[in-house]
Design a protein around this ligand. Sequence first.
Ligand SMILES: Cc1ncc(COP(=O)(O)O)c(C=O)c1O
Length: 389
Amino acid sequence: MALTDPSKRLEAMPPYMFAELERKVAGKRASGIDVISLGIGDPDMPTPDHVVAAMQAAVAENGNQKYPSNRGREEFRNAFSGFYERRFGVEIDPETEVMPAIGAKECIYNLCFAFLDPGDVALASDPGYPVYTGGPILAGAAPEVLPLVPELGFAPDLDAISPEALERARLIFLNYPNNPTGAIVPDGLFERVIELAREHDILVVHDNAYSETTYDGYVAPSFLATPGAKEVGVEVFSLSKGFNMTGWRCAAILGNADAVSTYWRLKTNVDSGLFEAVQLAGAAALDGPREPIEEMNAIYARRRDLVVDALGAIGVDVASPKGTIYVWAPVPEGHTSVSFCELVLEKAAVVISPGSMYGPSGEGFFRISLTTPDERITEAVERMRDHLS
Ligand SMILES: Cc1ncc(COP(=O)(O)O)c(C=O)c1O
């Protein structure tokens, strides 16, 4: 074995999907082509002013430069408790049922190390956010993908999970509003998942990354608002997308107190918590006005309509998503996900993501992200219309 060979676990990981895309785009740009990226979902609009002001004050405060505690500042935990009550009607004990996370990605990854051993299984929505499968692999366990079925409103068919997988499963990862499909939670799904979790002793991890980013009057629920949810599950709530704070790494885990405590135990061995100034800024975001969120959502809704119309013009019919920052669409006949995205990059110099990057059930689809300024989105869809119809 060579000195710098990676571990077998790392070797087992597929390459990080955006690394591939970024390499291709860099190649085009290096040859002078103006590439528009509708690939990655990273909000382009600024963080709301009151959050920035809270951060500025918190950074200047002596004491916040010190190691944070993994339990989190009281202000942060109380702000989450208040937000969950107001926004979702969910009671959260700020002492035991909420803890900061350094982004949802960190949280999901570390939950794998907190709960999975070799031989265990994690049930992972497919297509889905890549850490649902990468985290279990790195933890030495096995992901078992749960295909999201378009005809079921992108719910997984829970009856189709094999008895062997259910026997070994310790975690199930779900996410609504859903990346990459844009689907909202189908009626009754959370209730059925809670029953399954009870029956098979599986901890439910609901990744609530997009609940604040919704359109057309739709208001997304918290998984924790479903009766019995706290007995079997946790929710990971990220401020990244809803508050334009992807770079701040500000999230929390909420719900089952024992699961939160086990996550804490793992974290005390791994990292030193979330920068306290970020916690105070996060609290300001949660306590602050809704208007900035509504304004952002109005902008995304406009971009979504532009994209859906342009796709219609090239013969791709899609339903308008009611949530998330993505449009998920089937590739035209005769194409695979990758071949269509390559065609769009070649002909229109526009980057879109192949659905297959999000798991085997993503094959046959592509994803467009709405996090590019209006004029660039307009140009991108015009190019697609001109060069692909
Ligand atoms: C479903 C989902 N979960 C989690 C994340 C990452 O969130 P964070 O920035 O809090 O790590 C993303 C980002 O794209 C996502 O789409």
